[in-house]
Design a protein around this ligand. Structure first.
Ligand code: ADP
Length: 342
């Protein structure tokens, strides 16, 4: 298979995963499992705004990919009866793009900007007065004859989502009235999500089968749903169509996913830190060069989960593979050396 074939397959897989996201998206707070504190806070925020007949405050949601940020924005819009306009940081290239989005909003609309850390600076600055005073400052012309035109905007709510809160400037962050960090899920909540998805997809499951998938889901709903679908395929083709414990184990083994959800790419990254960099510390750039993975991919996809399970630690001098990582990979941990490096 050449690399073109691979990119076609992965593009197709991404579309399939997107469709799966749409299909399985929770429709209301009851179907949105976990994140209890955040839900509670948002419900109060919504009710208070409704009582005062005001637009909701701007909300910033951050957390790893597939953790439920977009789903939450949909639910907030549904609960308030607002229209939801969806865009993303990279899609708004020019100030004019943002101006046309903002001027088309009506009172109460919710604008959802995914990957908001990828907005360019000029666009970001246009957002400041829009968020604060619902006005749009447009500069017409250039040089001494340039004039600023101010347009009034409707009272909208901005919901921003990001995997990288650290990349947002503090003036930008401070313009959101509410900021929530979405955490990884516990196995129990992932099981609830899997049970709901099984019902929607009409998949027969056993409790132990669901528990097996949940343990390998990287504590992330999107991963759980994706695995459920893959295991279903295996169960239908190779077994009796029911997701039982043994079937789930066999399917996950075939997908090269281990009992805690690590994929070959995670292990490769850990092994590079251990073998090539003596366990670390290693800077992101060096790690990216050695692994041929993009820095963004390491930071957005691999690292959050590996840090969450305590396999990678961040130190001022770079990333370090921890003793847990060595143990899991069956590599002897040289305690003394690590202590010196840390
Ligand atoms: P993000 O925007 O953080 O990348 P999404 O909101 O797109 O994540 O979530 C991916 C998918 O995972 C959703 O389509 C939905 O099926 C599922 N999902 C996410 N969070 C939850 C949740 N709390 N309860 C149920 N399903 C969820």
């Amino acid at each position: 298979m050449n690399s073109d074939d691979f990119s076609v397959i992965s593009a197709k897989k991404q579309t399939n995963d997107k469709n799966l996201d749409l299909f399985l998206r929770p429709q209301n707070f009851e179907e949105y499992y976990g994140q209890e504190k955040i839900k509670e806070n948002l419900k109060i925020l919504i009710e208070a705004a409704q009582k005062r007949k005001e637009a909701l405050e701007h909300i910033l949601l951050y957390g790893p990919a597939g953790i439920g940020k977009t789903s939450l924005a949909h639910i907030i819009a549904k609960s308030t009866g607002a229209n939801l306009k969806i865009t993303s940081g990279p899609a708004i290239e020019k100030v004019g793009d943002l101006a046309s989005i903002l001027t088309n909003l009506v009172d109460g609309d919710i604008l959802f900007i995914d990957e908001i850390h990828r907005l360019n600076k000029l666009v970001e600055e246009i957002l400041y007065p829009a968020m604060e005073d619902y006005v749009l400052d447009i500069i017409i012309g250039k040089g001494p004859s340039a004039k600023t035109l101010q347009l009034n905007l409707s009272r909208f709510t901005l919901i921003g989502a990001t995997t990288r809160i650290g990349l947002l400037s503090s003036p930008f962050r401070s313009r959101f009235g509410v900021t929530h960090r979405l955490d990884f899920y516990n196995d129990g909540d992932i099981e609830k999500i899997l049970n709901r998805s099984s019902k929607i997809l009409n998949i027969k499951t056993e409790k132990s089968g669901i528990e097996t998938i949940a343990k390998c889901s990287r504590k992330t709903p999107r991963v759980a749903n994706r695995l459920l679908k893959r295991v279903r395929d295996y169960a239908e083709v190779k077994r009796n169509g029911i997701i039982q414990e043994q079937t789930a184990k066999e399917a996950l083994k075939m997908l090269e996913i281990d009992e805690i959800g690590l994929e070959p790419a995670d292990k490769r990254l850990l092994k590079i830190i251990i073998d090539k960099f003596n366990g670390g510390p290693v800077g992101l750039q060096a790690l990216s060069a050695a692994s041929s993975e993009e820095i963004d991919t390491i930071e957005d996809i691999y690292e959050p989960f590996l840090m969450q399970i305590g396999f990678i630690a961040r130190t001022p001098r770079g990333r370090v593979a921890t003793e847990h990582a060595y143990k899991h990979l069956g590599i002897k941990y040289d305690n003394k050396k690590q202590n010196i490096l840390l």
